[in-house]
Design a protein around this ligand. Structure first.
Ligand code: ADP
Ligand code: MG
Length: 710
């Protein structure tokens, strides 16, 4: 981490002192590589990062085979060929619109090199008349003559071998070309040290993998297309190294946190019973299961770190509240942190009546509170007169102190980073942590982001909820949809009508939403409201309120309704251009209906023709409402990188591993990390020492530091 900010960071020398000497060449700046000066260095940094190791993780995405070296006569149009020829003549164009031509030959025929906008001085130096040059590029035919337009390579005879090979192709950024990157990477690979083997010998042998350095070298010198596959031994080994580093780092930090003394927080069910008595419904079986799991964890002397997963509306807030009551029964406090003001208020509204019924003192703390109110809440938290607090990140401000915080609940919704989570749990002694997430995360991603974390899942919907009738229709049939909506609102139904944001131009997008609003308003005067991100808070709230109490029947909206809008009476969801939405988003949007007792429906309107992926997404939406299944399918269709914004999800930034392709390696890395923690938690064995090197290689210095401290 510190390295990425360059030598100015004051932490860098400290880190580099602990890092094994053997890694030093890899942690040099990219500008230390041949051919990478300050200008290219900036571009490389933008592309991959500032250090040699960053560039080495940049694996080729394709290759060109230049080993085809015929004589001119034997060169076929369409082939890539490497020809050895004598330069005969330069034809400098009189008219700049004409191409610059250089005629060359060998014993078998003539070759024409064609350059558009060719510079005479440059080309005469590159291709001196009378000399031999080795030319590589794609062959075409020009008026019956063999031609190469803009050859990829022109080198003197003594460099022939350097281009007569399979050339790896790397992803580039504007201003960069293949040649300097290839050279720099190949020099970087040469400089890579031989490192001690950190992988389990038996596992390595079973996979037939080579050592780290050889694997790195062969990943950068593919001989055929199949060598580029993610499961090719060289790539698989490097991916496994990355996954192992990440899993081991997470496991070490967790092991360290667990062993610093936790507290046993035991409830006596007094408040729990009172709360259940005040509920107008029964807990679902998975809610009961989750509460039990949490209670068991909290009663242990180690710290709890548990994830509570469940779709929107699956009843997580209630589970969180019951967990918080355990802390209060034990004479301590609990806090719930939500990512937005709106969500904090919604949780507060759900919990306040229950808190009152159980006689628990509850407060709300957000940035919007007045100074006086805030002071009072903070005093109550510090002196223990407040048992439970719900709030936004205002809770982690420095001034906020707790008398005795025992449980921190973080409603994550992919918006908090690890740091905020830690900040809240650092407000007390060995605080138990419960993280709630609404978007179900596939098992693979979960493992990558959190390691071997304890998870409670809410898999059922609260009783009485009916399935949502989901249909897909081409946009041409929008007329029928409008008619149908008319019939439904005549019977009192409330309808969401969602238009997509395409992000290219907010103006155009808003124009689309407004146009839809105008059309529907003309058809159903006074019944239609409009909601989008540009509206002021007060205006939005007024529109929401009107929709919520039924003065408006149709709410035309952008995806702003995805988060936090809760109108149980709404039963129809129309999504225009559903093909432009991702699965997770469609699922979240559909989750806005089906929350009350009435039967709900969802209409997905799509523009034709549908691409394969869009078709698959819509089919899954028709087939299932199971958020876990949808998340798995989403991973399959999209690949992991896109599924969760890396930064927001706490998902480590993977350079070599692709979770969609390397899911099995991830499981293996998890198992291996677990074994290491069991057998050698301080990494003291010979393999342990090698594993430390691995952690440094992947910049998990943080994890190594827990070894020293603990
Ligand atoms: P989540 O936080 O998972 O989005 P909530 O906790 O907000 O879900 O619950 C959604 C709604 O369902 C709330 O109105 C809540 O009171 C209600 N609810 C929760 N559990 C049950 C249950 N077991 N039976 C019926 N309704 C429930
Ligand atoms: Mg909720």
């Amino acid at each position: 981490m510190a390295e990425s900010r360059g030598p100015k960071t004051c932490l860098a020398p400290h880190f580099s002192r602990m890092r094994p000497q053997s890694l030093t060449p890899l942690f040099a700046q990219v500008t230390s590589l041949p051919g990478i000066g300050p200008r290219l260095g900036k571009l490389v940094e933008k592309l991959v990062g500032p250090l040699v190791v960053d560039l080495l993780w940049h694996l080729p995405f394709a290759l060109i085979d230049r080993r085809n070296a015929p004589e001119i006569e034997g060169a076929h149009a369409g082939d890539v060929a490497t020809l050895t020829v004598t330069v005969d003549e330069h034809l400098v164009p009189h008219n700049p619109r004409q191409p610059y031509r250089v005629w060359c030959s060998d014993e078998t025929g003539r070759l024409c090199l064609t350059y558009f906008n060719g510079r005479e001085d440059y080309l005469k130096k590159l291709l001196p008349v009378g000399e031999i040059r080795v030319i590589s590029g794609k062959i075409d035919l020009y008026q019956g003559e063999v031609q190469i337009t803009h050859p990829d390579h022109v080198v003197p005879l003594d460099q022939r071998e350097s281009i007569l090979r399979v050339e790896p192709l790397y992803g580039l950024t504007a201003g960069l070309t293949q040649r300097p990157i290839q050279k720099a990477i190949s020099a970087g690979v040469e400089r890579a040290p031989a490192l001690p083997e950190w992988q389990d010998a038996a596992y390595l042998a079973r996979n037939g993998w080579a050592d780290w350095k050889s694997s790195l070298a062969s990943a950068h010198t593919p001989a055929e297309t199949s060598d580029l596959a993610p499961l090719h031994p060289a790539r698989a080994r490097l991916a496994f190294d990355e996954l192992l580093a990440s899993q081991l780092a997470i496991a070490l930090v967790r092991h360290h946190n667990r062993t610093i003394s936790g507290r046993a927080t035991k409830g006596d069910l007094r408040l729990h019973k009172a709360a259940l008595g005040a509920l107008p419904f029964e807990l679902t079986a998975s809610q009961k299961g989750a509460v039990d799991e949490i209670a068991t964890d909290m009663a242990k002397p180690e710290r709890m770190i548990r994830l509570l997963q469940g779709d929107v509306g699956s009843g997580k807030t209630l589970v969180a509240f019951l967990a918080m009551l355990i802390a209060v029964e034990a004479g301590a406090q609990a806090a719930l942190m939500a990512p937005t003001e709106l969500l904090a208020r919604q949780h507060y509204a759900t919990i306040a009546p229950l808190a009152e019924a159980t006689g628990v003192r509850l407060a709300l703390l957000t940035g919007r509170d007045g100074q006086k109110q805030k002071k009072e809440t903070m005093r109550g938290l510090a002196d223990g007169s407040i048992d439970l607090v719900i709030g936004t990140h205002a809770l982690v401000q420095e001034e906020v102190e707790f008398a005795d915080l025992a449980l921190a609940v973080v409603d994550e919704q992919h918006r908090f980073g690890v740091h905020q989570r830690m900040a809240l749990s650092s407000k007390g002694q060995a605080v138990d942590l419960l993280v709630m997430t609404a978007t179900p995360i596939p098992r693979t991603l979960m493992l990558a982001a959190y390691g071997d974390l304890d998870v409670s899942k809410l898999t059922e919907k609260p009783a009485g909820r009916l399935p949502i009738d989901t249909r897909t229709l081409p946009l041409e049939r929008i007329g029928e949809v409008v008619q149908g909506v008319g019939r439904m609102i005549a019977t009192g139904a409330r309808v969401y009508w969602v238009c997509p944001l395409i992000e290219e131009s907010e103006e155009v997008d808003l124009a689309n939403v407004e146009e839809r609003f105008q059309l529907l308003s003309a058809r159903f005067p006074g019944k239609v409201g409009l909601l989008h991100g540009r509206l002021k808070g007060a205006e939005r709230e007024a529109t929401m309120a009107a929709f919520s109490d039924g003065r408006l029947s149709i709410l035309v909206a952008t995806t702003v309704i995805e988060v936090g809008v809760d109108v149980p009476a709404a039963t129809v969801m129309v999504i225009e251009h559903a093909e432009r939405f991702g699965l997770a988003q469609l699922h979240q949007l559909r989750g806005r209906v089906g929350r009350g007792v009435a039967k709900s429906s969802c209409l997905l309107l799509y523009a034709q023709p549908l691409g394969e992926t869009a078709k698959a997404r819509l089919a899954i939406m028709r087939e299932t409402e199971d958020g876990f299944r949808i998340a798995e399918e989403d991973l399959r269709l999209r690949g992991a990188g896109e599924l969760l914004g890396t930064r927001q999800s706490g998902l480590p930034d993977m350079r070599l591993a692709d979770l969609a392709a390397h899911g099995e390696l991830l499981q293996a890395a998890r198992d291996d990390a677990r074994l290491v923690i069991d057998r050698d938690p301080d990494l003291k064995s010979e393999r342990g020492a090698a594993l430390r090197t691995l952690l440094y290689l992947f910049r998990r210095d943080d994890a190594v530091r827990t070894l020293r401290a603990g």
